[in-house]
Design a protein around this ligand. Structure first.
Ligand code: S3P
Length: 449
């Protein structure tokens, strides 16, 4: 695992047809929240299907450091004995969130209104990412931040002893910032109000409601106004984590771009705040069908079937960006095999993810013979048609799991192999990626194998 160790160079080779069933792991966003909300409830939360990727395991460790009892029962089953809202103990070691922006930002929110101090750090990628977007609103509750200039980790937070409720308009589309403010509002008397101009993933609102918090969401001219009543007693839950649509994106993509493929990805949530990629692919002409549509845990779910398709480039509506923000890297790969241009606007948030994802994808695609245009907020990929991408490049992954997986997928449909400098970060979100792809028929090699 390269975030903590030696890089793992890999290559992917023209393969196919890819066929079979791809059971992707649990949802990363919901896995983090299950552990954190479980730690803030009184009593035992039971979790099935937790994503056991490095990011989530770092959050589990952090919850133990704040005093919760978190137990791995095996086979994706976990138990969390929570300490209650306001019950976090002061950790006696630094909290290391590894590669995870979601982990660190939500945990900072969760501790910001308790009278304790904690120091947070992460890996080389996380320590470059902006944290002011979370510490600024947390300061409104009375939380103090000390540390590096520019709002980067490592940072020490001193939680507010007498937190004051806050009304905050989130200045960028970010579920992490929204969630941090709502979590800070839990241990604050009165009403905390968060306003977002664009709808972002709503797992925090849905799950906290399930845990017994009172949260009201209203669509107004100002945007989505979310009002939380402070000081609830959170009631432990039994949670089944659905499979991750952001991980499903990879086997779906290879099903569409590798000649002759037919891939089934069962049990994928189609919550509209997460499913923008699948809508986009269907607009591009993808043979992507939703089978066995059903409701599970209150969410729409379907088995996705992706078959090799002739795709056309489209302009992705910018207002859809938040619902597919993690999927632009793999969309840019799929777009490379479409006929014509795919235009992605309103995507500047990609520049502050685990890497600058516009730059990382543009450089790697260019190294493989694809023409890409970019500006601060836009990426345009010039498609080369089915089977039309030469490949043959070496792509830098910048400690970013989704960049690594995207380029591995690219190489499966190119004329020549595609190399990546480091596949280690894939373990943060999709530890079974390599095996799952090989089981579908993909040729993926490690440099020394
Ligand atoms: C996430 C929110 C998104 C997303 C990330 C997970 C979450 O980040 O990119 O992978 O679980 O809340 P932003 O909140 O920065 O948009």
């Amino acid at each position: 695992m390269s975030s903590h160790g030696t890089p793992i160079p890999m290559s992917s080779h023209k393969s196919g047809p890819l066929t079979g069933v791809a059971n992707v792991p649990g949802d990363k966003s919901i896995s983090h929240r299950s552990l954190i909300f479980g730690a803030m409830a009184v009593g035992e939360t039971q979790i099935t299907g937790l994503l056991e990727g490095e990011d989530v395991l770092d959050t589990a460790k952090a919850m133990r450091q704040f005093g919760a009892e978190v137990t791995d029962l095996g086979s994706g089953e976990w138990s969390v004995h929570g300490v209650g809202v306001g019950g976090f103990a002061e950790p006696d070691q630094v909290i290391d969130c590894g590669n995870s922006g979601t982990g660190v930002r939500l945990i900072m929110g969760a501790m910001a209104t308790s009278p304790i101090a904690a120091t947070f750090t992460g890996d080389a990628s996380l320590n470059k990412r902006p944290m002011g977007r979370v510490t600024d609103p947390l300061a409104l509750f009375g939380c103090q931040t000390y540390g590096r200039s520019g709002g980067r980790l490592p940072l020490t937070l001193i939680g507010a002893a007498e937190p004051v409720p806050t009304r905050y308009t989130v200045p960028m589309p970010s579920a992490q910032v929204k969630s941090a403010v709502l979590l800070a509002g839990l241990n604050t008397p009165g009403e905390t109000v968060v306003i977002e101009q664009e709808a972002t993933r709503d797992h925090t609102e849905r799950m906290l409601t399930g845990f017994g918090a009172s949260i009201k969401t209203e669509e107004t001219k100002e945007g989505r106004v979310i009002t939380l009543q402070g000081l609830p007693e959170l009631v432990p839950q039994t949670i089944t984590v659905p499979r991750d649509p952001s991980s499903a994106a990879f086997p779906v993509a290879v099903g569409l771009i590798v000649d002759g493929s037919d891939v089934l990805v069962p049990g994928i949530g189609l919550n509209p705040t997460r499913s923008g990629l699948f809508t986009t692919l269907r607009e591009m002409g993808a043979d992507l069908t939703y089978e066995n549509e059903r409701i599970e845990g209150g969410e729409p779910v379907a088995d996705l079937r992706a078959r090799f398709s002739t795709l056309k480039g489209i302009e992705v509506p910018p207002e859809r960006a938040a619902s597919m923000i993690d999927e632009y890297p793999i969309l840019s790969v799929v777009a490379s095999f479409a006929e014509g241009k795919t235009i992605m606007r309103g995507v500047k948030e990609l520049r502050v993810k685990e890497s600058d994802r516009i730059d990382a994808m543009a450089r790697g695609l260019e190294a493989c013979g694809v023409e890409v245009e970019e500006d601060e907020d836009t990426m345009i990929v010039h498609g080369m048609g089915p089977g039309g991408v030469p490949g043959g490049g070496t792509c830098a992954t910048h400690l970013d799991h989704r960049i690594a997986m995207s380029f591995i997928c690219l190489g499966l449909a190119c004329k020549n192999p595609v190399k990546i400098d480091d596949g280690g970060p894939i373990a943060t979100s999709f530890p079974i990626f390599e095996k799952l792809m090989k089981d579908l028929g993909a040729t993926i090699l490690r440099a020394n194998s």
